[in-house]
Write a protein that binds this ligand. Structure first.
Ligand code: 1PX
Length: 215
């Protein structure tokens, strides 16, 4: 992934990755899931260094998953379903909250999964927003309804400060790099249901295996 976070963002690329994410039998490919996140990190990086602490955390989680994919057990990490099975079967997940396996694939992906819910809410808000609506307000509302519930006070505070630095809707749409606002709205209309489907499949899988509270 050398340097890929520094290239120019394009919303279409993220849409493509999430489109490739689902297998015919609705399993979630880890490779495309992390590619989608890499694209989003590019977007975040292009907004400036105020967001550095957020993109740094996302990059480190992406890297943990990429390392699993490239390891000798890589094939077990091909889909989220196979990863969950492999890590549970081999007792690689901290299900008893004893502080073992602090960097399992399951707990790492769970952090991105929670962030995906924020993304879904935020993008849906953006899609239906009007020209003078504030991105910072949309972002905060989506955050409070999702990720914030999993973050300690200090992280919530830092995130809240960063939201003030978000550019207005017109600049935001420009950075998405897919053409005029109508085009952005059209692509968001395709992206949101896809992201929502990937989120729901993962949520149900984690719920079934009681993994939604992994430390
Ligand atoms: C098309 C435009 C969409 C905009 C894309 C922006 C991409 C944002 C990427 C956010 C990735 C956030 C991952 C956070 C994972 C997390 O919850 N980590 C925490 C827990 O990890 P741990 O290993 O300790 O259990 C960690 O404490 C996080 C620290 C960093 C702060 C995270 C704040 C998240 C705010 C999310 C909103 C991003 C605002 C960007 C606006 C465009």
């Amino acid at each position: 992934m050398a340097g890929s976070e520094n290239q120019k963002f394009c919303l279409q690329e993220v849409l493509d990755s999430f489109q490739l994410c689902l297998s015919p039998n609705k399993e979630v490919y880890v490779e495309h899931y992390v590619a989608g996140w890499r694209g989003l990190v590019k977007f975040l990086n292009s907004l400036g260094s105020v967001f550095g602490f957020i993109s740094k955390d996302a990059v480190s989680k992406i890297q943990i998953l990429v390392n699993f994919l490239n390891s000798e057990n890589g094939s077990q990490y091909a889909t989220v379903q196979s990863m969950v099975k492999f890590e549970l079967d081999n007792k690689l997940v901290d299900v008893d909250k004893k502080g073992i396996c602090p960097e399992s694939g399951c707990r790492t992906l769970l952090r991105l999964h929670r962030a995906l819910r924020w993304l879904e809410l935020f993008l849906e808000c953006l899609r239906t927003s009007k020209e003078d609506d504030k991105t910072s307000v949309m972002c905060r509302e989506a955050y409070n309804e999702s990720l914030a519930q999993h973050h300690p006070w200090v992280v919530r505070k830092a995130a809240g400060m960063a939201f003030f630095a978000l550019p207005g809707r017109p600049t935001f749409f420009e950075v998405m790099n897919v053409g005029p606002p109508e085009q952005v709205v059209a692509i968001l209309g395709k992206a949101v249901p896809l992201i929502s489907e990937v989120y729901l499949i993962t949520e149900e899988l984690y719920l079934k295996h009681n993994l939604l509270d992994l430390p």
